[in-house]
Design a protein. Structure first.
Length: 539
């Protein structure tokens, strides 16, 4: 197109008048245009063919790559399949070998059993032959014996007839007379022998019993320390006493309510007293107060927080006490619950002294007696140290504490023999089990050692415990604290189970029960508390 415009412009400038020339020029231009178009088409076709050839080569490369990738994938798949088949083959081979070993073992067992059966069969045959020989020999000897008996009877008949002729008595008369004489002599001799044996046995038994008692009492020295109902707590200064008391005594009231222990504040400087008949509560209260004084921040919420921590601390300490007691007695492998109960015996006063010391003394005495009498010492030691743990449990109902101790021992892994020996202590009749008799004697010796006498104290503790147990069995009761030497009873009920009207009825019911079932002088104040707490946290 540019060339045509140029030609026309050229013609116009030259002012070519000759139309023929113009036509020729136009035709020449058209021819030139067509030639240019043809050349362009040729170049386009050549370029297009080169692109097609390039695309074909690329397609061939892609196909080759795809073939190579496919071959690689096929090769990898074949390798994986071969590996899997090889693994399965190896697994089957291992299983086959294991089965083969089992079959070989079974064959060996069968062979050994067949050998045993063959040996047993041979032995049975030998025994049968031996039995036949013995029967034959027995029959021969029996025939000989029958022959001898017949000869003896004949000889006795001849001898009896001759005696009758000599003594002018029949054989029956002579026999009766002889038997009478022999019977009288035998009675006299047997009576003399029996009397001699009885006297000798009685003397030996008395001497042996005295020997055992003296050895046991010499080796066991009872500790006669009496736990007081009151703990004296030393404060660092008078200011701390004021903090313990709190504003208008609120800290003391909160402390008594939470711990169930009385706080007595007197004029003694830097001293307060913790009073309770329950040694466990007393110890927990002491640890709680000790931590509060060390912390310095004393208020009702802090008291409750330290009280919960003190419970865990005291239980951990008592667990250590129980382990130490068992170690001293040489007792191993006992359940932690039983070890904790043994440790709690240290805080319990009974039998005019500390129950742990009483149990250990009983165990030592029973051990010495058991060694002399060849009894099961291990059973004796375990039964002796566990026979009082029923007294430290709070809710045992009407169950005898000794029987409850046996139940706990059986429940937490002790043998039937140990539980049986413990349970026999609660029975009124004498046991036929040697270990139970020894434990009964050992406990009696541990209780009645000279120098121990305080029945009133034990009865007083039992009375307070019985009051708490009686109230604790009533519906809805959560905790019971007997305080002020038994003059006040704090009863905490479960708020979700009872309402306020029930607390009014419960206080009257408890008062009536105390009047009917408990002997006391003066009056007992009953306080029933129903407390509802709602706790939330702001963050």
């Amino acid at each position: 197109m540019k060339f045509l415009k140029f030609l026309m412009r050229f013609c116009y400038q030259r002012k070519v008048q000759d139309k023929l020339n113009i036509t020729i020029y136009i035709l020449v231009g058209l021819l030139l245009v067509l030639a240019g178009a043809g050349i362009a088409s040729v170049f386009y076709v050549i370029h297009r063919r080169s692109e097609i050839r390039k695309a074909s080569s690329e397609a061939i490369l892609i196909i080759d790559r795809a073939k190579q990738e496919a071959e690689r994938i096929i090769t990898e798949s074949e390798i994986k399949i071969r590996e899997k088949l090889l693994g399965e083959e190896q697994n089957l081979e291992r299983q086959w070998k294991a089965k083969r070993k089992e079959l070989q073992k079974l064959e060996a067992d069968l062979d050994s059993k067949e050998d045993k059966l063959e040996k047993l069969s041979l032995k049975l045959k030998e025994d049968a032959l031996s039995l036949e020989a013995r029967e034959k020999k027995f029959k021969e000897e029996n025939d000989k014996l029958q022959k001898l008996l017949k000869e003896a009877e004949d000889f006795a008949r001849i001898h009896r007839s001759k005696l009758e002729e000599i003594a002018s008595m029949t054989s029956n008369e002579a026999k009766i007379e002889l038997m009478k004489l022999m019977e009288n002599d035998a009675k006299k001799e047997s009576a003399r022998i029996i009397k001699k044996i009885e006297e000798s046995a009685r003397d030996r038994a008395n001497n042996f019993a005295k020997f055992i008692l003296m050895q046991s009492l010499e080796k066991v020295l009872p500790h006669l320390s009496m736990d007081s109902f009151v703990i004296t707590f030393k404060l660092p200064n008078e200011e701390m006493k004021g903090r313990v008391i709190g504003r208008e005594g609120r800290n003391i009231r909160a402390f008594e309510t939470i711990t169930g222990v009385d706080i007595i504040v007197d004029d003694t400087p830097e001293t307060i007293l913790l009073a309770s008949h329950n040694p466990l509560r007393r110890e927990i209260a002491r640890v709680t107060l000790e931590n509060l004084v060390e912390d310095g921040r004393i208020h009702p919420a802090r008291i409750e927080e330290f009280y919960i921590k003190a419970i865990d601390s005291v239980e951990e300490h008592l667990l250590g006490v129980g382990k130490e007691a068992l170690y001293q007695l040489g007792i191993h492998k006992m359940h932690d619950k039983l070890i904790l109960s043994v440790g709690r015996l240290k805080l319990r006063t009974g039998y005019k002294g500390n129950l742990l010391e009483h149990s250990m003394e009983t165990a030592k005495i029973a051990t010495y007696i058991g060694q002399v009498l060849s009894a099961n010492v291990e059973v004796l030691k375990r039964a002796a140290i566990l026979h009082e743990i029923g007294h430290v449990e709070d809710q045992i109902g009407e169950t005898n504490p000794i029987l409850y101790s046996a139940q706990l021992a059986r429940q937490f892994g002790e043998s039937h023999s140990v539980a049986n020996v413990i349970s026999h202590l609660a029975k009124q009749m004498d046991s036929t089990i040697l270990e139970a008799r020894i434990l009964d004697v050992a406990e009696h010796l541990a209780i009645t050692v000279p120098g121990i006498s305080s029945d009133d104290l034990s009865k007083y503790i039992d009375r307070l415990d019985n009051i708490e147990k009686m109230v604790l069995q009533m519906r809805g009761v959560d905790r019971v604290y007997t305080m002020k030497a038994g003059r006040e009873i704090y009863v905490y009920v479960k708020p979700k189970e009872v309402d306020d009207e029930y607390t009014l009825w419960l206080s009257k019911e408890i008062a009536q029960k105390l009047e009917q079932e408990v002997r006391f002088s003066g009056q007992i104040k009953v306080q029933v508390v129903r407390e509802t707490r709602h706790i939330d946290y702001a963050t």
